[in-house]
Design a protein around this ligand. Structure first.
Ligand code: HSE
Length: 436
């Protein structure tokens, strides 16, 4: 049978990896897919560079619409990124009856509902394994491998840049700014790393995983997003003394009231496997009723790891494209007419535990006042650590770990503590998850 024909929109890092791995492993891939898979057309603004990657047998153009208009192309792979032209091209490809593979988490987290509806109407597939955690097959695991389960929560290190920064801050005692410069020099962080360090990239990925885990529409606008820019090395050290590491986690939980969807720095017990995921690696923990807790670990970015996910989608589409669209795996794991309308909860309703650091006057009764406010709010204390005041210092640091409480109560208690004249600086609050 004639190989299935693929058109790439963009041949940068992931596109060239996809081309290379498809070529290198073509026999193995064909044995799995039942048919060859070939890149026959590429659109890229840098035509000369694209030609140097794909050689003379692949048609290279500078206009993505020529790929979409080519009747021989069965699958369009969108590797442009962003919400702008990429959105238009994906919708045009769907409208032209092409299946789409994309690594674009931002696009799907924000416009997924519109894109999946268009694909459903047209009877084509939109596959996006490469959009979350690069080479880790987490979409496949959530959508198919865990399909027997009622998933209860997931928590992931899903941004390599920030995990690299946090690892270096802990290992070498460096400041956030110093490590960010190092990450940029090493090419881990983008020249504009805002989406990484502000948690937006992780929130895009958490939004997609949450939708698939719980069968709710993608709702990036309702996600709580807090990055690592304000994290201080001293908190990483105090957390370590208490047996915790600080990680930027993407978390989504099902509760009776709704779905929690949040990205923020988080204390995690140092003994958990996920706490030991270092450098630019990614990992996702999923807790479900039948299987218990599972953990998925691997490279979350890079040319061939991400190509591995793109090609897995190409194989899936090759196997399924002749199947009745109603018998294919639904885009978001649940049948479109069986989606849940459980709301995404506002942060004030989220239940979690906390690490608090208070710079306080080293005087009698200070601890009693602080713990009194927590007791009045019915917030139970798990552990307290007080730094010995240095010679000649009249202040000290008070570190408090709490048990679970609803965030609204903690906000109120924090506001009251902050008003105490013996609390000398803005209180640092970092959330904590036991993940057990
Ligand atoms: N910028 C992302 C990261 C890689 O640092 O993990 C692609 O999602």
């Amino acid at each position: 049978m004639k190989p299935i024909q693929v058109g790439l929109l963009g041949i940068g890092t992931v596109g060239s990896g996809t081309f290379e791995v498809l070529k290198r492993n073509q026999e193995e891939i064909q044995r799995r897919a039942g048919r060859g898979i070939e890149v026959t057309m590429v659109a890229d603004l840098d035509v000369a560079r694209a030609k140097s990657i794909v050689g003379a047998n692949v048609q290279v153009v500078d206009d993505a619409r020529k790929v979409i208009a080519n009747p021989d192309i069965d699958i369009v792979v969108e590797l442009i990124g962003g919400y702008g032209i990429a959105k238009q091209l994906v919708l045009e490809a769907i409208d032209a009856g092409k299946h789409v593979v994309t690594a674009n988490k931002a696009l799907l987290a924000v416009h997924g509902t519109e894109i999946f509806a268009a694909a459903h109407k047209k009877g084509v597939m939109v596959a996006f394994e490469a959009a979350v955690a690069g080479g880790i097959p987490i979409i496949k695991a959530l959508r198919e491998g865990l399909t027997a389960n009622r998933i209860q929560w997931l928590a992931g290190i899903i941004n390599g840049t920030t995990n690299f920064i946090l690892s270096e801050m802990r290992d070498k005692g460096l400041t956030f700014d110093d490590v960010l410069k190092q990450a940029q020099a090493l090419g881990y962080a983008e020249a504009d790393p805002t989406f990484d360090i502000e948690g937006v990239d992780a929130a895009h990925k958490a939004t997609l995983m949450s939708a698939i885990a719980f069968g709710v529409p993608v709702q990036f606008d309702k996600a709580y997003v807090e990055g690592i820019t304000k994290l201080e090395s001293q908190d990483i050290k105090y957390a370590e003394q208490l047996g915790y590491r600080i990680k930027l986690l993407g978390i989504s939980k099902r509760t009776a009231a709704g779905i929690e969807l949040r990205v923020h720095p988080c204390l995690v017990p140092a003994k958990r496997l996920i706490a030991n995921v270092e450098g630019a690696m990614n990992a996702v923990m999923v807790h479900a009723d039948a299987v218990g807790t599972t953990l998925y670990y691997g490279k979350g970015a890079g040319s061939e790891p991400t190509a591995s996910a793109v090609i897995a989608d190409l194989v899936d589409i090759t196997r399924l494209h002749t199947a009745d669209p109603l018998n294919r795996v639904p885009h978001l794991a649940f049948q479109p007419d069986a989606m849940s309308n459980l709301p995404i909860l506002p942060m004030a309703q989220v239940v979690t535990s906390y690490y608090l650091r208070l710079r306080v006057a080293d005087q009698a009764g200070v601890l009693a006042k602080v713990t009194g406010i927590l007791a009045n709010a019915d917030i139970s204390i798990d552990a307290v650590l007080q730094r010995e005041a240095g010679e000649g210092e009249s202040h000290t640091d008070l570190i408090i770990l709490t048990h679970d409480c609803v965030e609204a109560k903690m906000n109120q208690a924090l506001a009251e503590m902050q008003k105490l004249t013996t609390v000398l600086a803005p209180i640092t609050r970092i959330r904590k998850e036991e993940l057990n």
